[in-house]
Ligand binder design. Structure first.
Ligand code: TMP
Length: 215
């Protein structure tokens, strides 16, 4: 059975981590093996770099340094975890992937979209998700959701940064509608999950779609 690679994307506070957990459980319920990862992270090396990236004490990290640190995490994740899992025919669900680098570093930090696309290709050796779920919510809604929690280095960026990131994600979805589905993240949790399941049932290869529909 061929592997399947699904990524979840969106601005901080969009609710994607909760949806990743729910969708992973739903797909597991269909009998398929699911490997759930988060980017940056999910390997020993990437977890070390993740701490460095999110630590608010590291406010002196240069934008290009940041770009390469995220890419380094992804290269390790792809080689150590994602490609082997896909090779075993498993379903891989990633909480963020290359689109986050395009949105945050390309659009948010304004490092240049084409440059970041190329850099992504190097980091992933060309691996692209089969389906990407973009959980979209307005920046002010996301900010209100986050306010009660601890804020990391990226979340602490000023408002315009997150507007650029959100618009970057939406631009990616407009460019690649066959891969990226936009899900309204302002809906109640269960409705968001249903919208994701419906999207997967439509978009992923028939065998998984049928299985999910009957779940
Ligand atoms: P997380 O909180 O969703 O795990 O993501 C960590 C933070 O890193 C989040 O603020 C988004 C940011 N990020 C980037 O800036 N570039 C990237 O390539 C990735 C994967 C995440």
């Amino acid at each position: 059975m061929p592997g399947l690679f699904i990524s979840f994307e969106g601005i901080d506070g969009c609710g994607k981590t909760t949806q990743v957990e729910r969708v992973a459980e739903i797909i597991r319920g269909t009998g398929r093996e699911v490997v759930s990862v988060r980017d940056p992270g999910s390997t020993r090396v990437a977890d070390l770099v993740r701490n460095m990236l999110l630590d608010r004490g590291n406010s002196d990290i240069d934008a290009r340094t940041e770009l390469f640190l995220y890419l380094a995490c992804r290269a390790q994740l792809v080689e150590q975890c994602i490609r082997p899992a896909l090779g075993r025919g498993q379903v891989v669900i990633s909480d963020r992937f290359s689109d986050s680098t395009l949105a945050y570093q390309g659009y948010g930090r304004m490092l240049g979209v084409e440059l970041v696309r190329q850099a992504n290709r190097i980091a992933t050796a060309g691996l692209t998700p089969n389906v990407t779920l973009l959980i979209d919510i307005p920046v002010n809604v996301a900010r209100d959701r986050r306010s009660a929690q601890m804020v990391d280095r990226l979340e602490a960026e000023e408002g315009n940064f997150h507007e650029r990131v959100r618009n970057g994600f939406l631009e990616i979805a407009r460019r690649e509608p066959e891969r990226v589905a936009v899900i309204d993240g302002t809906l109640p949790l269960d409705e968001v999950t249903n919208a994701i399941v419906d999207t997967l049932a439509l978009r992923v290869p028939v065998m998984l779609g049928d299985v999910i529909k009957s779940a």
